[in-house]
Design a protein. Sequence first.
Length: 270
Amino acid sequence: MPGRIQNKAALITGAGSGIGLESSLLFAQEGANVLLVDINLGAAEKTLALVKERFPNVKAAAIKADVGKEADIKAAVDKAVELFGRLDIMFNNAGIMHPEDDNALNTEERIWDLTMQINVKGVWWGCKYAILAMRNNPTDEARGLHTGGSIINTASFVALMGAATPQLAYTASKGAVLSMTRELAMVHAREGIRVNSICPGPLKTPLLMDFLNTEEKRNRRLVHLPMGRFGEAVEVAKGALFLASDDSSYMTGTDFKVDGGLTSCYVTPL
Ligand code: NAD
């Protein structure tokens, strides 16, 4: 049985941990060749070792890149094209939530700028170089490969609802991801390039759990979660796989929520 993204070429940022790690494994399991990108090369190489061990038939490599640097993203996309001859799937997933990010009064400008550099400019540059590469994708009907491609940008539920536990720069950055994604989706719709956001709910990954480091902080959130639990990174990876694959061929510009019902919730069950 061919996989759901068989023979496609995928680049995943933030591949060393959480959603990126699980997506790397899932994309490879579904037949894609994967370039694993992370600022932490050691973490990306650990993911690579898992991919190679479990899915020896796919091509896979790891590369160090800081998505907050345009030259790094360009080099990463160039590497994917060099290795795989094309780029079908770009998962702009890397992001930060800085521990010093707070409300309007306490957040320092350097924290604001760093957050925007990685979470917003990083996604912009990821889209820019992916679009340039996808325009050149050769069609290979026999292998189910076409021009164009699928770009997925990781936003967050916090871009859709307010929280009285503020992280102002992070929230603003994810709102920018949603609006930027929508506009890119319209501009490139006739080129066969789909651009969608994925909005994870609160997950059990280092990004959130390092921050929610006490029972009290975790319970402050858990009471608002309809399912009564945090999500797993693999549950978001499955959403990303859907957006990456041709199963979502008529979807572009969407805010795809994988949030356990959080953004639809007024009162949670007892
Ligand atoms: P994570 O911290 O587990 O993994 C993030 C990975 O990104 C790490 O391997 C890290 O080294 C890498 N990274 C950080 N800065 C980078 C940079 N400048 N360049 C390249 N790589 C970099 O996080 P996660 O929970 O898997 O989060 C992934 C995405 O999901 C982020 O964009 C995050 O904002 C978003 N998100 C997470 C949650 C959550 O609850 N965990 C909820 C909503 C959205």
